[in-house]
Ligand binder design. Structure first.
Ligand code: GTP
Ligand code: MG
Length: 215
């Protein structure tokens, strides 16, 4: 039976808005396509503005999590629209391309842009996970794992993963990790801003949807 919330007292349902940001061509759309549809294409078509996808996770026997993924075009960097797109997000992936060092250098700018435009209801930054994408290719960012750990600590990332949308490496793991962090915040500060009923989308842009079943 679809839908939920009201009837089964022990069934909890969450809708979380998650942003996917980073420079042009780092693989944001590819990561989302892989995660939601198990598809990958070598063909590059730049995202214009923002795109949406929905992933439904049967988190445990009592919890259903809907992730509303906002795929923000790399070319939106520092544009005025990011303030609008970031609104009410509760988590983010910041993506760079390990084959292009310049995309790693831009990570901090994206993170600052994020933290200056959206905060959790309690005033803390939203949890952000750093994704070192295209790890199936030769690296060019010159960071060792321990340097990456330090970069994350200093930059306020909750963690980082090497990912490949092409070879399906670590994408599910990174998403699970982000959701764990979002749920931890939600449990500490259950607030109406995280309420399913408050986070609404125009149904039209919901192009990609995986099948849902109520727990
Ligand atoms: P914008 O929409 O312009 O911001 O780019 P994007 O970040 O959405 O990048 P997109 O997903 O469109 O990918 C850009 C190019 O990188 C495409 O040609 C993809 O096929 C390729 N690509 C993405 N992820 C991977 C990966 O993990 N490995 C490899 N080898 N190529 C990838
Ligand atoms: Mg894109």
């Amino acid at each position: 039976m679809a839908g939920g919330g009201g009837g089964a007292a022990e069934c909890r349902e969450h809708l979380f808005k998650v942003l996917v940001i980073g420079e042009l061509g780092v693989g944001k759309t590819s990561i989302i396509k892989r995660y939601v549809h198990q598809l990958f294409s070598q063909h590059y078509r730049a995202t214009i503005g923002v795109d949406f996808a929905l992933k439904v996770l049967h988190w445990d026997s009592k919890t259903l999590v809907r992730l509303q993924l906002w795929d923000i075009a790399g070319q939106e960097r520092f544009g005025n629209m990011t303030r609008v797109y970031y609104k009410e997000a509760v988590g983010a992936f910041v993506v760079f391309d390990v084959t292009r060092g310049s995309t790693f250098e831009a990570v901090s700018k994206w993170k600052h842009d994020l933290d200056s435009k959206v905060l959790l209801p309690n005033g803390s930054p939203i949890p952000a996970v750093l994704l070192a994408n295209k790890c199936d290719q030769k690296k060019d960012n010159g960071q060792t794992p321990s340097q990456m750990d330090q970069f994350c600590r200093e930059g306020g990332f909750v963690g980082w993963f090497e990912t490949s949308a092409k070879d399906n490496i670590n994408i599910d793991e990174a998403a699970r990790f982000l959701v764990e962090n979002i749920l931890a915040n939600y449990r500490s500060f259950p607030n109406e801003d995280n309420d399913v009923s408050k986070l609404k989308l125009d149904p039209d842009p919901l192009k990609a949807e995986s099948k849902s079943q109520c727990c």
